[in-house]
Write a new protein. Structure first.
Length: 159
């Protein structure tokens, strides 16, 4: 799967800022969005709408059964895994460090099954917390965003 150009400076900056807060993101403009472009697959992102400022990006090809999860980390001590938590489920995904657009940052990419119990819980409850090697960050799902999360997970699941 190709690394989307949308993951870059914004993802790195926002994740670093939120991780330092050790609490939920406070930027009121941060939200979940779902985008599906023919040939590029489905993309579920948490960040500032209509911008490249993302905190987390999940991508998949429809019915592939696989989801790529991407988040940022400092280049000098990048995480080797991404931890996802939802309600009573937790998954630690072995990650691969890849270069980021911004200097001093790295991206961590990890693959998981669309049927992963944590993703299933996320789709059902709207509850998701992420972590690398730093503090955990809760990513709130509001109102109609819950349907976007459910649609993404359902789109990714194998037929």
């Amino acid at each position: 799967m190709h690394r989307p150009a949308i993951v870059g400076l914004g993802l790195s900056c926002l994740l670093s800022a939120c991780a330092q807060q050790a609490g939920p993101p406070t930027a009121p403009a941060m939200a979940w969005s779902l985008n599906h472009v023919e040939g590029e697959g489905a993309k579920l992102a948490f960040g500032e709408p209509d911008s490249d400022n993302l905190l987390l990006l999940m991508t998949c090809q429809p019915r592939s059964g696989e989801v790529m999860v991407t988040m940022a980390a400092p280049q000098d001590r990048p995480a080797r895994a991404i931890e996802l938590q939802s309600h009573d489920q937790s998954s630690r995904l072995a990650g691969q460090v890849v270069p980021a657009v911004s200097e001093g940052e790295a991206l961590i990419e990890a693959q998981t099954k669309a049927s992963d119990p944590t993703l299933t819980s996320f789709a059902r409850t709207g509850d998701l917390t992420i972590a690398g090697d730093g503090p955990k960050v809760r990513l709130p799902v509001r109102g109609e965003e819950r349907q976007a999360v459910r649609t993404f997970v359902a789109t990714c699941r194998a037929a």
